[in-house]
Design a protein around this ligand. Structure first.
Ligand SMILES: CC(C)(COP(=O)(O)OP(=O)(O)OC[C@H]1O[C@@H](n2cnc3c(N)ncnc32)[C@H](O)[C@@H]1OP(=O)(O)O)[C@@H](O)C(=O)NCCC(=O)NCCS
Length: 359
C-alpha cells in the first residue's frame, strides 16, 4: 500500500557576499544600555564575544538588495532543486521579522507582504498560488514548514514554497556590542506531498509560545548612545534571559517532538538547531541527552555554521539544511536516505518549535 508523505523535495539558500569580521567592529563605540562605555578594549570585547558565541564572522547583503530579493534568490534555487513547475505551487509562506528594510532607513516595509513580492519576482502568475508572511521570530521558517505540512495534510495544498529571509544588518544599533551576533541570509524549500512505500518526510512536530514574562525578551529599543532619539529603534534583546529560556525550554520541546513520533534520541542522526550562540546550542544538546540519562553525545550530531555566518534569524536552519544537502557546509556533514533529522528553533515571541524529519 502506498503512503502519502509530506517531504522537502528541494532546498536553496542565499549567503550574502560581504564578510564582516569581529575586527571590523573596532570602529564602533560600544556602550551599555545606560550609555556607559565598557571598561575593556575592542580586542577584549571581541575575544569575549567569540568565546561566548562562537561567532568569528557574519555576512551582510549589498546595499542594492532587500530581504525579498534574497528570499527570491533562495526560492529560485529551491524550485530548481525540486524540479517543480512554479505555476503549480499552492502556497508561498515567507518567514521574516523586519520585512524589507532599505539601507540607513530603519524602516520596516511589509506592504505588500514579502510573500507577494517574492511571488512577483519569481514571475508566478497563478492567482490560486496564495502568498503570505509568517511572523514567528527566529523559529518562523520551521513554523512555515509546520504550516505547509498542515495545509497539505488537510488536502488544501499539495506544494508549498517555504522561505526564510532576513537582513538584520539593517536594524542594528552599532553602539550595542550584541549587534555582533546578527547577520543576513535567506533559505527556502519546497514542501510537497509524495507517495511512497515507507513513511518518510515530516513525522513529528512540537510548538509553544511563552508570553507571561518572556514576550519582550527580544524587542525594539533605542540606541545605547546617551544622545540617541528614543523614536528610532533597533533590534534589542535580554541576551542572558533568552539564553536561560532556551536552555529550559528547547530540550523539552525536542524530546516532546521525538516522543510524539515514538523515536528515541539514540536513533536521531542529525540535530539542526537555530544558530544563535554556539555555547547555548551545545548546552541545549547536552540537556536534551540528559533527559534520556545519556552522557555520551555523538560528536557529529550537531552541524554548525555560526562561526562564519553568525545568526541570520529565520534563515539559519534552512541555510544549514541546504548546505548539508549540497555538500557546501563549513563542516563535513552528510544526510543519508532514512536518516532522522531533528530541526529546532527558539526566538522572539518567545517561540520554540521542533520538527522531526525522515530523510
Ligand atoms: C548575549 C549573550 C552573547 C551574552 O552572553 P552571556 O554569557 O549570557 O553574557 P553575560 O551577560 O552573562 O556576561 C558574561 C560576560 O560576557 C560579556 N558579554 C556579554 N555580552 C557580550 C557581547 N555581546 N560581546 C562581548 N562580551 C559580552 C559580559 O560583559 C561578561 O563579561 P565578564 O565575564 O568580563 O563580566 C548571550 O546571552 C546570548 O547569546 N544569548 C542568546 C541570544 C540569542 O539567542 N539571541 C537571538 C535569539 S534569536
Amino acid at each position: 500500500m502506498k503512503i502519502s508523505n509530506v517531504i522537502i523535495s528541494g532546498t536553496g539558500c542565499y549567503i550574502p557576499k560581504n564578510v564582516v569580521t569581529n575586527q571590523d567592529f573596532a570602529k564602533n563605540n560600544f556602550f551599555d544600555e545606560n550609555g556607559q562605555a565598557f571598561d575593556a578594549s575592542h580586542d577584549e570585547i571581541a575575544e569575549k564575544f567569540k568565546a561566548i558565541t562562537g561567532i568569528e564572522e557574519r555576512r551582510y547583503v549589498d546595499d542594492s538588495l532587500v530581504a525579498s530579493d534574497i528570499g527570491a534568490i533562495a526560492s529560485r534555487l529551491a524550485i530548481e532543486d525540486s524540479g517543480v513547475d512554479p505555476e503549480t505551487i499552492d502556497q508561498i509562506i515567507v518567514a521574516h521579522n523586519f520585512g524589507d528594510v532599505k539601507p540607513n532607513t530603519i524602516q520596516t516595509d511589509i506592504l505588500p507582504s514579502l510573500a507577494s513580492r517574492i511571488k512577483q519576482e519569481l514571475g508566478i502568475k497563478n492567482p490560486a498560488c496564495v502568498a503570505y508572511d509568517v511572523l514567528f521570530g527566529c523559529p518562523g521558517w520551521i513554523q512555515g514548514v509546520i504550516q505547509a505540512n498542515a495545509y497539505i495534510q488537510s488536502g488544501m495544498a499539495k506544494k508549498c514554497l517555504v522561505v526564510a529571509t532576513e537582513t538584520l544588518s539593517r536594524v542594528l544599533d552599532m553602539n550595542d556590542r550584541d549587534s555582533m551576533i546578527f547577520a543576513d541570509g535567506a533559505g527556502a524549500c519546497i514542501v510537497e506531498i509524495a507517495e511512497g512505500e515507507k513513511q518518510e518526510g515530516i513525522i513529528g512536530m512540537e510548538v509553544g509560545t511563552w508570553t507571561e514574562e518572556e514576550a519582550c525578551y527580544l524587542y525594539l529599543g533605542k540606541s545605547n548612545t546617551i544622545e540617541s532619539d528614543p523614536n528610532v529603534r533597533y533590534i534589542k534583546m535580554h541576551g542572558r534571559k533568552i539564553y536561560e529560556f532556551a536552555l529550559n525550554k528547547v530540550p523539552q520541546a525536542m524530546k516532546s517532538c521525538l516522543d510524539k513520533a515514538g523515536v528515541d534520541i539514540h536513533d536521531v542522526n542529525k540535530i539542526l538547531i537555530h544558530q544563535a550562540n554556539e555555547k547555548m546550542d551545545r548546552e541545549i544538546i547536552k540537556r536534551l541527552f540528559r533527559l534520556y540519562k545519556e552522557r555520551n553525545i555523538p560528536e557529529d550530531i550537531m552541524p554548525m555554521s555560526i562561526h562564519k555566518l553568525g545568526n541570520s534569524s529565520v534563515a539559519t536552519v534552512p541555510t544549514l539544511l541546504d548546505q548539508i544537502r549540497k555538500g557546501t557546509s563549513e563542516e563535513q556533514h552528510e544526510f543519508h536516505k532514512g536518516d532522522l533529522i531533528l530541526l529546532a528553533s527558539v526566538g522572539a515571541g518567545m517561540n520554540v518549535n521542533a520538527v522531526l524529519y525522515r530523510y
